[in-house]
Write a protein of this length. Structure first.
Length: 79
């Protein structure tokens, strides 16, 4: 029963990860161009950098919950 929280976090982080990756720019288009930002050589706009950080945090949450679920579901029932 304790695995319900990691399972819900895993599903939600997977969905958010899909959304955040699709919001990233690809070859001159994306979130920064959608809202009128100009891209620069220093890594894009502040919005793009914030989106990068959110994507990384979401990916870390997804990875941790995936490892937790694989560890806890791989144990025998009595342990």
């Amino acid at each position: 029963m304790i695995d319900v929280i990691p399972l819900v976090l895993n599903i939600l982080s997977a969905l958010f990860l899909i959304v955040f990756i699709l919001l990233h720019s690809g070859k001159g288009s994306g979130l920064s161009d959608m809202f009128g930002g100009t891209s620069s050589l220093s890594g894009g706009t502040a919005l793009e950098r914030r989106l990068d950080r959110i994507t990384v945090v979401t990916a870390i949450i997804f990875g941790i919950t995936t490892f937790w679920l694989s560890y806890s579901w791989g144990k025998p029932a009595g342990i």
